[in-house]
Design a protein around this ligand. Structure first.
Ligand SMILES: CC(C)(COP(=O)(O)OP(=O)(O)OC[C@H]1O[C@@H](n2cnc3c(N)ncnc32)[C@H](O)[C@@H]1OP(=O)(O)O)[C@@H](O)C(=O)NCCC(=O)NCCS
Length: 176
């Protein structure tokens, strides 16, 4: 199993089907914190099904899921929520349990995903979608050098309210 170092002793590694139990314990710590901001399927208690869905689509060179561990505990992660070599584009997403915020892990991990997508896989465009009132998520996109390209109005339904959704993106030549 490979893993890449992140600052402050954290590590980034593939989050796979065999982590289902650990992912379930982590989601019990993270679920209410991330519920308003992520797709409902991601916080399902059936973590084995979630991880299998990612694995199946990764097998077709599609989406990918990576966890962030610190002190042997899963703290959150980053993912390609879409990955399309035919169109040369991908979308990146992320989450953390509350105690793991504020270390810069997500910005650093997303930088590694962008490096790989642009430099190794030759993609041209990476997107970031977030609820327009998700300030911490938009701050990550901004730190990564993404441009806010637009707002999809009332595109994010949550608990009976429809929220605006921001679309951020960065192009390969804009990436460091
Ligand atoms: C979105 C989310 C993952 C962002 O987490 P985060 O901790 O703010 O992001 P990072 O890990 O990149 O850390 C940045 C923070 O660490 C701080 N930091 C410390 N050292 C840093 C470093 N070397 N580099 C960058 N930031 C650093 C930054 O100042 C920033 O903290 P601040 O906002 O209080 O100033 C998190 O808020 C979350 O899980 N939210 C709920 C789920 C969610 O919204 N997911 C995204 C859906 S679109």
């Amino acid at each position: 199993m490979f893993s890449l170092p992140l600052r402050a002793g954290a590590r980034l590694a593939p989050l796979e089907v065999w982590h289902a139990e650990e992912f379930a314990a982590h989601l019990d710590r993270a679920r209410e914190h991330i519920r308003p901001w992520v797709g409902p399927a991601f916080i399902s208690p059936d973590t084995a099904a979630t991880l299998r869905r990612y694995a199946d689509r990764q097998a077709a060179d599609g989406v990918r899921l990576y966890g962030i561990w610190q002190d042997g505990q899963l703290r959150g992660g980053v993912m390609f929520t879409s990955f399309d070599t035919a169109f040369g584009g991908c979308e990146i997403g992320c989450w953390l349990e509350p105690a793991a915020e504020g270390h810069g892990w997500i910005t650093e991990a997303c930088g590694l995903l962008l490096d790989w997508a642009f430099s190794v896989r030759g993609l041209h465009r990476a997107e970031w979608h977030c609820r327009a009132d998700n300030k911490r998520s938009a701050a990550v996109a901004e730190r990564l050098g993404m441009t806010l390209e637009g707002v999809r109005r009332e595109a994010w339904p949550f608990q009976g309210v429809r929220y605006d959704k921001q679309v951020w993106a960065i192009l390969a030549p804009e990436w460091r």
